[in-house]
Design a protein. Structure first.
Length: 125
């Protein structure tokens, strides 16, 4: 019984973590970044990850030839920041959920599934 329980837990963990591991992100070219930002459009909220690892959340205020201007709110103060397309590793529309919130959802779901499996295995014995 203990061996079966360990197998079920390991299989459950495999299925709950595999989508997170499968998310392979390739580097986009500055031209592709610019096209993506143009598709998102002016005055849209975006999340930008820079090649330096810094993450920004803001609103697109202008799209230039080789850069984008973002309005970034820090408390009640809005700060303008111009970011070169070559500095941008990833851009997403909207602010969405934080990584911590997503991790909490995945972990909670995985634990819930494991709990149900444990109850089902215990009930069958």
């Amino acid at each position: 019984m203990f061996k079966n329980l360990i197998i079920v837990i390991l299989v459950s963990l495999l299925f709950t973590t595999s989508p997170a591991l499968a998310a392979d992100k390739s580097q986009l070219s500055p031209k592709e970044i610019r096209q993506k930002i143009e598709q998102i459009g002016l005055l849209s909220k975006v999340r930008v990850k820079l090649t330096s690892g810094e993450k920004l959340k803001g609103t697109i205020s202008a799209i230039k030839e080789d850069s984008v201007a973002l309005q970034i709110k820090r408390g009640k103060i809005a700060e303008a920041r111009e970011v070169q397309f070559i500095e941008i590793a990833e851009v997403k529309k909207g602010h969405g959920l934080s990584n911590a919130a997503i991790a909490g959802i995945v972990i909670g779901t995985g634990l819930g599934i494991i709990g149900l499996i444990v109850l089902a295995v215990a009930a069958s014995d």
